[in-house]
Design a protein around this ligand. Sequence first.
Ligand SMILES: *Cc1c(COP(=O)(O)O)cnc(C)c1O
Length: 454
Amino acid sequence: MEKPILYYSTNRRAEPVTFREALLKGLAPDKGLFMPQSIPALSGKEIAGFSGQAYHEIALAICRKFLHGQIPDSDLAALTLDAYDFPVPLEPVSGRQYVMRLDQGPTASFKDFAARLMGRLINYYLLQGNEKLLILTATSGDTGSAIANAFYGLDNIQVLVLFPEKEVTARQRKQMTTLGGNVSVIAVDGKFDHCQALVKEAFSDPELAHLRLSSANSINIGRLVPQIVYYFYAYSRLCRQAAEPAIFSIPSGNFGDMMGGVLAMRMGLPVKRLIIATNENDEFPGFVSSGAYQPIEPSRNCISSAMNVGHPSNLARLIDLYGGSMDEKGHISRMPDMERLRRDIFAVSITESETRQTIRSAYEEQRLLLEPHGAVGWAGLQKYLAQEEQAPDQLCVALETAHPAKFPEEIRSILGFDPPLPPSLEGIEDRKESSLAMANDYPRFKDFLKKNYS
Ligand SMILES: *Cc1c(COP(=O)(O)O)cnc(C)c1O
């Protein structure tokens, strides 16, 4: 019997723990992020076998490698089947360039992929131990609704979502504030980074230790593992011959999505290059080119609002995976292997006007309907292709991370029409909203937690 994989902290001042513990804790006690002590490899035969499997079966095959000894296969199979009950379209654009639409889940965002399985795993473990948990999460728009939906109605879990009042669209807000039940929502007078700082401070506050807080943010290991799956899925549907290398372009903010791609690559997925496309929050492209890391404070407001991140919370994981060390404040004490990192990753920043121009030209020239995040990914791919010559049949997949109908104001102003609603967003306009407004003020937030959840 193989031993279970343990999860260590990127700050290396905490004991390695099991998957279950890492999942329920979220953040390591030393404020580091959990990473697997070994990365399981998939054989070429296993990867080739995915072409005949459904999405939830591929999810099972990948997740069981990280979770073995932590949950029986039959239980995990039931969770993946339940989590992935929606399609994952791969839209051909031109030649062998595709857009993978990760927007068919209940909140029309790619975050459903991670949140739905994580929610089911947490619920599974809580039910076993008859335990309770308060999920505390900061969102720049899409995480909150994906988390709230993923945990909605689960008896042993309370959910509290913080969002920056002015940085989310009306539709994003309604996806969180209309649920009710075990889901509460706070509108913070501040930016996403402030929301994240409030949440982080609560986690490390000894006076709140009795609350059993857990983060369901993109730092949770339970979200990272499911984000590996769709890279294998796309490859299984599109590759023409074994070991053919693919290019993926990933519109990125907190880098959870990118970590899924990097881990897929380490597990054996044939990847030629991962393109990491950011908006004008270009701290990562700057780091890749210069080797100096400069967080952007405060983060810049771009129309791809879920990527307005001045210091990506998953960056410490990437640095760690490439042999370096970065603490939670972004200070690098040991440099990663930059040569290898640059070989694997092409990082590029897309400006606001390039984003808008891409939405326009993709639609006018190719009938490709993109929203701002997907447009950043698509523009990143085109920039990469323009500067490095490729074989004409090179397989390229750009990720579209949200449904265009979540950003009707932008689409209307650029293309002159309202994108049609996916089934998951119909009827939301008429539902009753409830949320609490709060200043960006930790003592007040702490007070609220003590009064309402103790
Ligand atoms: C969260 C989000 C992103 C960024 O994903 P990260 O994993 O944080 O890099 C991109 N697009 C959309 C629509 C998102 O909601």
